[in-house]
Design a protein around this ligand. Structure first.
Ligand code: NAD
Length: 450
């Protein structure tokens, strides 16, 4: 699927289509602004506010200056639009103090531009200094998610919990959430810890320059988009897929100046082959993306054992075995990144997908288990959980299921493979050392499993 509008969007962009849409009360679906190299972070001014005693003021000032954002501390007169509203809520230490959110957003939320951004910044509730602060900081989640549901025209709202001491690790996350790269990330909570490294890329347009990334399932769909995006960001990408996908795998690798490795990730020799390829040819890798995945749907009572085994084997066990081997062999570099692809089905569950749901929830378990281990090495592991993404897989769905999947989210449209890829590129960024153990949904704030 290209970056162009889907058919419903094309239809509702015409005057008769718009008339029908409003008469029938159909959802509004705005084509999302997506990233192009050289694009400014925001296409308009940002309003940056804070509750009294917030601890991120200086950090925010420095980031918006470096990122050349036209930032204002007071709303200018008139009814002009804001490309972003950013609010430092770290100073809120009581439920009464939550009124600060109301004061800032009540007069401004209706002035958020098309494809605009709301970013709320808080302290992880478990790191709060008092019960009152913990309660108030936890409240930010419900506020941000609800605000996200009130936005229209492709605008999004996300929350970032910044641990005390992790202020200097905020930039990569704030840049991602403000930019068009996070087009389909909505209603999410990102956490930045103080344990990770605080590297800053020399060039924000090519943060992975000089590094090596390996992507499984790279011959098509989301995996091909991940490979292209990591290459755009400067990485040499080792594209991995099964032998049968060899031709399209070679096409993707050639297109991005990467290399192709035909490998079935479930094969007994796969961990050794994966590890020695990266060690021998490249002296290791900085980014590993476990993307290869399959579905074999059947309700549990009718599911043959081979359907169970195939899905668990590709989607989960192979990731465990390969990850363990790469870490044992020291193939993942210092400040390395592992990213795994989960699914909304692993969070919400889905009828006919007990095998898939188990595998994709298991992948979240892999993130939970490895995050503290990798933190000790200055590395990270995170997961993306895509919602409805326009791929060959979703194109094959019956039309009613497909339409429901597309529209049942705050943005009233499906995401694109590039949206998943951009989120992975944010995790992979050398500046994202504090982003560890996160599971971020790329789902347009889907109603499913929310
Ligand atoms: P896809 O079927 O288009 O691509 C998957 C790729 O993985 C294929 O190129 C395939 O050959 C490869 N692959 C399969 N088995 C393999 C093996 N044993 N070894 C090596 N490679 C193998 O799927 P997609 O839609 O691009 O999905 C990519 C990932 O995103 C999967 O993990 C999927 O579960 C997940 N996901 C997709 C969606 C969606 O809406 N499309 C939603 C949630 C999660």
């Amino acid at each position: 699927m290209s970056r162009t509008a889907d058919r419903y969007q094309q239809l509702t962009a015409t005057p008769p289509g718009r008339f029908l849409q409003s008469k029938l009360g159909l959802p509004e679906s705005t084509p999302l602004r997506r990233y192009e190299p050289g694009q400014p972070l925001l296409e308009g001014p940002a309003l940056v506010g804070a509750a009294p005693k917030g601890r991120l003021g200086r950090t925010l000032d420095a980031i918006v200056k470096r990122a050349k954002v036209d930032a204002h501390k007071q709303a200018p007169e008139g009814d002009g639009r804001f490309a972003a509203l950013v609010f430092d809520a770290t100073g809120i230490t009581s439920s009464e103090g939550l009124r600060e959110l109301y004061e800032f957003f009540h007069p401004t939320i209706r002035r958020v531009a098309s494809c605009g951004r709301i970013v709320v910044l808080g302290t992880p509730p478990e790191h709060a200094g008092s019960i009152g602060e913990q309660v108030a900081q936890r409240a930010l989640e419900g506020f941000t998610r609800s605000a996200g549901k009130e936005l229209s025209k492709g605008a999004t709202a996300n929350l970032v919990y910044v641990e005390s001491g992790a202020e200097d690790r905020l930039e990569s996350t704030l840049r991602f959430l403000l930019s068009a790269k996070s087009a389909y990330v909505d209603g999410q909570v990102a956490r930045i810890g103080a344990a990770g490294t605080s590297g800053t890329p020399a060039d924000w347009e090519r943060p992975l320059a000089g590094s090596v990334a390996a992507v499984t399932g790279a011959a098509r769909g989301i995996g091909a988009a991940i490979a292209r995006t990591l290459a755009r960001d400067g990485a040499h990408v080792v594209c991995i897929d099964i032998q049968a996908a060899g031709e399209s795998l070679a096409d993707v690798a050639n297109e991005i100046g990467g290399s192709a490795l035909a490998l079935d990730v479930t094969a007994a020799e796969a961990p050794e082959a994966f590890s020695s390829y990266l060690a021998d040819r490249h002296g290791g890798a900085q980014v590993i993306v476990h993307n290869a995945g399959i579905t074999r749907d059947k309700t549990l009572g009718r599911m043959k054992p081979e359907l169970w085994d195939a899905v668990l084997g590709v989607n989960l066990s192979s990731q465990e075995r390969i990850t363990a081997r790469l870490l044992d062999d020291g193939v993942l570099g210092d400040n390395g990144r592992i990213v795994t692809v989960s699914s909304i089905g692993g969070i919400a569950g889905n009828r006919g997908q007990t095998n898939y749901g188990a595998s994709k929830a298991g992948v979240i378990g892999l993130v939970d288990a490895y995050a503290p281990v990798l933190a000790e090495r200055g590395a990270t592991i995170n997961a993306v959980a895509p919602g409805f993404i326009e791929t060959q897989m979703t194109a094959a769905m019956p039309i009613m299921v497909r339409e429901a999947g597309r529209r049942m989210n705050s943005l009233s449209q499906g995401g694109l493979p590039i949206d998943v890829a951009e989120t992975i590129a944010w995790f992979a960024n050398p500046g994202s050392g504090g982003v560890n153990g996160n599971v971020v949904r790329v789902c347009g704030q889907s109603l499913i499993g929310a």
